[in-house]
Write a protein that binds this ligand. Structure first.
Ligand code: ATP
Ligand code: MG
Length: 353
């Protein structure tokens, strides 16, 4: 405000009243929205903001807060204000009086609190999953090694006897499953110890290929074909291969299980991958199952939430922990035309290795 204007404004009762207020305050004409008077606090907070000389101009220049009605940020100072509007009849005519209360500190404290809360949640999730995983890994390691040994022995016997090819194929498939389980367990133990994934560049094609192979039998049982649609020139991802295989395995298994009750002709399972707008690799699993209700939606990721008689209810919570460790996002939504979509993102390996 120019010195002349300030002196003139100071002369008006409205201006001197605003000056006495503890917040940034301004009066805009109700008729045309022009600034009639403002106190020094207002000039200090918004004077540097182009457009503040009209009500609409000021509102346009501020960034509205998502989710907080009446709060806005001044982009030039990055401070947050709660905006209150009131009307008054004064000598200058009808005015709309703005009180702008600086709430930056409160917002910062809130945001900090939220971040700490989220971190705590993810840590406690990770700890319970980690402990459980460590126990399971310990208990399962021995029997799995024995299974692989027995299968190798059986394969040798079948080979020596020139036994039926189907049996041999079944034994090889069983060994593949057992070896995968062992690899998962070995990684879990290492992970629980080191608390850090072992990351490298891997292609989604390899990861998805392995997973589909591991689930071939289950898919065949439901006469399902798992369609794989990978975008051309998909970059490699920066990830722990076994862990991401575990995530995809869980998601595809859930998708298969969601379609148990669906007529065979309507079962449809797709695994898709592409680069998203942020340059991350996005992997989606789409099914034509029954989807989930709003009540279920809230609970899907809670450990031990399951709607299956044979479910443990930890699949998705493990998936989320793993993806969080990879700085990715796990998300889900209803699928157009019925069913659901579960997906996750992973950083591309290009700028990481
Ligand atoms: N693709 C899907 N379609 C519909 N509901 C799903 C889907 N995936 C998961 N859900 C729901 O989320 C619940 C939790 O899934 P989650 O994978 O965590 O556990 P689970 O599959 O029940 O058991 P498990 O621990 O053996 O994986 C499921 O019981 C199911 O109700
Ligand atoms: Mg599951």
């Amino acid at each position: 405000m120019s010195e002349a204007r300030r002196r003139k404004a100071a002369a008006s009762p409205l201006a001197s009243l605003l000056e006495a207020m503890p917040f940034a305050q301004a009066a805009y004409a109700a008729a045309d929205g022009r600034l009639v008077a403002a106190n020094a606090r207002f000039e200090e907070a918004f004077g540097g903001l182009g457009g503040h000389a009209t009500r609409q101009g000021l509102l346009d220049a501020l960034d509205a807060a998502p989710g907080a009605e009446g709060e806005a940020r001044a982009p030039h100072t990055r401070r947050w204000y709660a905006l209150h509007w009131g009307e008054a009849e004064v000598a200058e005519g009808r005015v709309r009086v703005l009180s702008a209360i600086d709430v930056s500190e409160r917002r910062e404290a809130l945001a900090l609190h939220r971040r700490q809360q989220e971190k705590l949640l993810s840590t406690s999730r990770m700890m319970s999953v980690g402990e459980m995983a460590a126990t399971l890994a310990h208990e399962l390691n021995q029997p799995l090694a024995a299974i692989v040994n027995y299968l190798n022995g059986s394969l040798r016997l079948v080979g020596q006897a020139g036994g039926p090819a189907q049996v041999e194929r079944a034994l090889v498939a069983a060994r593949l499953q057992a070896e995968h389980a062992s690899a998962v367990i070995a990684r879990v133990r290492e992970f629980v110890r080191a608390r850090e994934p072992k990351r490298d560049a891997h292609t989604v094609a390899d990861i998805a290929g392995n997973v589909i192979e591991l689930l071939r039998l289950e898919a065949e049982r439901l006469s399902l074909r798992i369609e794989l649609a990978l975008a051309p020139d998909l970059p490699a991802v920066w990830a722990d291969r076994v862990m991401i295989e575990q995530v995809l395995l869980n998601l595809v298994k859930n998708a298969i299980e969601a379609m148990r009750e669906v007529p065979a002709g309507e079962r449809e399972l797709r695994v898709q991958a592409r680069v998203d707008l942020d340059g991350e690799v996005e992997v989606l699993v789409l099914d034509r199952g029954s989807g989930f209700s709003d009540a279920e939606r809230e609970q899907l990721f809670s450990p031990f939430f399951t709607t299956k008689s044979d479910g443990l209810g930890i699949g998705l919570s493990i998936c989320r922990s793993i993806i969080e460790y990879h700085e990715g996002r796990l998300f889900f939504e209803g699928r157009e035309g019925g069913g659901s979509v579960f997906g996750f993102t992973l950083p591309s390996a290009a700028n990481r290795a």
